[in-house]
Design a binder for this molecule. Structure first.
Ligand SMILES: N[C@@H](CCC(=O)N[C@@H](CS(=O)(=O)O)C(=O)NCC(=O)O)C(=O)O
Length: 221
């Protein structure tokens, strides 16, 4: 069918940012869910997982692994990676900061219950006092509608995804950031994004304990 095929379990995890980027680029994709240890073993046996890990995406005749490498390929291919080397430097810098906070949030679901409270407090502090102020300042500095180059790039999509997770955690966290709130609503109204936000899209819900238990059976962590 020529569509990219995404191999991962049926949850957000490390694959959700790839789903977001493809959706925002208007690229239809298929998903093959890993539901049992045998599914992962088969991929390994078929030599599809260079480091025996997923996310894995079959795209343009390639079998790509490593989340960032996959994102870089998609962003380059769909012209979402800036117009020159300096814009790409900004995009990489912003994307890494977004990834740092996103990682903290993603790992919440596997944090032992006795550490959860402290972890949430730390995430809220970093969100309010480090990461969101940094991106609000970028928007304020140039007064444009997008983070880089006055047009849509991958970091607008990565930031929108992060803002939705922040809101899921505590919607009051966005209150002090009017420019981020405006960015969020502008991006949410882009046709491809609007469609991905609709129920029934391939966007995954928050990860619950049951999903984690299933993933533990497959990935044995
Ligand atoms: N650096 C890799 C890490 C991938 C990774 O750790 N994948 C886990 C699954 S998950 O953490 O994304 O849920 C895995 O396949 N673990 C199996 C293994 O490492 O044997 C990436 O960014 O893709």
């Amino acid at each position: 069918s020529g569509k990219p095929v995404l191999h991962y379990f049926n949850a957000r995890g490390r694959m959700e940012c790839i789903r977001w980027l493809l959706a925002a680029a208007g690229v239809e994709f298929e998903e093959k869910f890993i539901e049992r240890p045998e599914d992962l073993e088969k991929l390994k046996k078929d030599g599809k997982l260079m480091f025996e890990q997923v996310p894995m995406v079959e795209i343009d005749g390639m079998t790509l692994v490593q989340t960032r490498a996959i994102l870089n390929y998609i962003a380059t291919k769909y012209d979402l990676y800036g117009k020159d080397v300096k814009e790409r430097a900004l995009i990489d810098m912003y994307a890494e900061g977004i990834a740092d906070l996103s990682e903290m949030i993603i790992h919440l679901v596997v944090t032992p219950p006795d550490q959860k409270e402290a972890k949430i407090a730390l995430i809220k502090d970093r969100t309010k006092n480090r990461y969101l102020p940094a991106f609000e300042k970028v928007l304020k500095s140039h007064g444009q509608n997008y983070l880089v180059g006055n047009r849509l790039t991958r970091v607008d999509i990565h930031l929108l995804e992060l803002l939705l997770y922040v809101e899921e955690m505590d919607s009051s966290l966005l209150a002090p950031f009017p420019l981020l709130k405006a960015l969020k609503s502008r991006l949410s109204n882009l046709p491809n994004v609007k469609k991905f936000l609709q129920p029934g899209s391939q966007r995954k819900p928050p990860t619950d304990e049951k999903t984690i238990e299933e993933a533990r059976k497959v990935f044995k962590f």
